[in-house]
Design a protein around this ligand. Structure first.
Ligand code: ADP
Ligand code: MG
Length: 365
């Protein structure tokens, strides 16, 4: 991703990010207005490059870093929707705000449907509106990019997951079934009174293989979707999963589960279960912690899950702040997305003393 900010020192000496704006506008009055607002009134926040023809604008887009374009649709060398389309084609990831006059409505709507971030009606422009529109457009473009990246990663991880399940089934259950079928053929051949001992031995082996097979299928299907979640609800499923996890991983898991937690909607139970599962897997894979704790409780119409460890903490730079998380994985953004989509809150606190994942969801009572 290209760098989207330019650093500049403001009067207090603090390093601040400046937004690089490209203005493509042939009307000198509007150009003057934008320059005045961005450069004279907000010199620490913006840099501005201004051109009056589309060709010159496209040239800037090809050769220089631009964070956002303010684009007049009627220029000496291009008019109407084509103006937007050409600028958008030149740099699809750069947000464009259209500058328009009142009677352009249909044109503006078409451009918005095709990817413009926003539009500003020139006659109603005022300084704070212009600054706000630029900031909002950048934020929307950032959110859109993050969402696209996440869906890309989700699709990729879905493919990987399918490959993993297919490989697991092939390496375990399919092999066991093949051995079972071979033994059954041998059994057929050996099925006579003289070979009673051999027959019994083969039968015992077949039973062993059949048991192994069903346990493998149960493990795979449990990991795909724990059946206890539907039957027992979140509390029972968390208890059961934590128990199995502790046995397999050797990590001690302390539980603090509020007993009076009632059954919740399927979406809420599944989401919280997945957050708990992903957090435990992360603790096992990344934290180096010997202990983990899970607490689940309800207060003021919110159900809250906290999963904590006393491990190494996330690598520096992984967490930017409460909402913006940079992660190359799918786990953390996926957890966050699940919780946000249900109107909840998701937070990760991390330090060298360990990591704490908190997910809260509102419960309609
Ligand atoms: N409990 C934890 N302790 C230490 N580091 C962690 C923990 N959870 C996550 N991380 C770090 O955050 C990164 C991103 O996690 P995640 O999004 O779940 O992706 P993945 O587990 O696939 O790498 C991990 O690669 C790891 O470096
Ligand atoms: Mg993970």
């Amino acid at each position: 991703m290209p760098a989207t900010v330019e650093l500049a020192k403001n009067s207090t000496g603090l390093v601040k990010e400046r937004i690089k704006v490209l203005l493509v506008e042939d009307n000198e009055g509007y150009t003057y207005f934008v320059k005045d607002v961005l450069l004279r009134r907000n010199p620490d926040s913006f840099t501005l490059e201004s051109v009056s023809r589309l060709d010159a604008g496209l040239d800037v887009l090809s050769h220089r870093d631009v964070d956002i374009v303010l684009l007049d649709l009627g220029l000496p060398d291009s008019a109407g929707y084509e103006t937007f389309a050409r600028a958008h084609r030149k740099s699809p990831s750069t947000p464009i705000i259209i500058l328009t006059v009142l009677d352009d409505n249909e044109l503006v709507m078409k451009s918005m449907r095709c990817g413009a971030q926003d539009y500003l009606v020139k006659d109603a422009l005022d300084p704070s509106l212009l600054v706000r529109a630029i900031r909002y457009a950048l934020e929307r473009a950032r959110a859109k990019r993050a969402l696209r990246e996440l869906s890309g990663r989700l699709l990729q991880s879905q493919d990987e997951e399918r490959r993993r399940v297919a490989r697991d089934l092939h390496e375990t259950t399919a092999q066991t079934l093949a051995a079972l079928s071979m033994n059954l053929s041998l059994l057929e051949d050996a099925c006579s009174v003289e070979h009673k001992e051999r027959t019994l031995e083969l039968l015992a082996r077949c039973r062993e293989l059949a048991n192994k097979c069903s346990s493998e299928v149960r493990t795979t299907s449990y990991l795909l979707h724990p059946p206890l979640l539907d039957e027992l609800g979140l509390l029972g499923a968390v208890r059961d999963y934590a128990d199995g996890f502790a046995k397999r991983s050797g990590i001690r898991v302390d539980l603090e589960l509020s007993k009076d937690l009632c059954r919740l909607s399927k979406e809420i139970e599944t989401s919280l279960f997945r957050v708990m599962q992903e957090s435990l897997v992360n603790i096992h894979r990344h934290s180096g912690s010997k202990t983990a704790s899970i607490s689940l409780g309800m207060a003021d119409g919110w159900v809250t899950l906290v999963v904590a460890d006393s491990g190494s903490g996330l690598p520096p730079g992984t967490v930017v702040n409460g909402s913006g998380i940079i992660s190359m994985g799918v786990g953390i953004p996926g957890m966050r997305e699940r919780i946000i989509q249900l109107g909840g809150m998701f937070e990760i606190k991390t330090s060298e003393a360990g990591t704490e994942v908190t997910a809260s969801l509102p419960v309609a009572i």
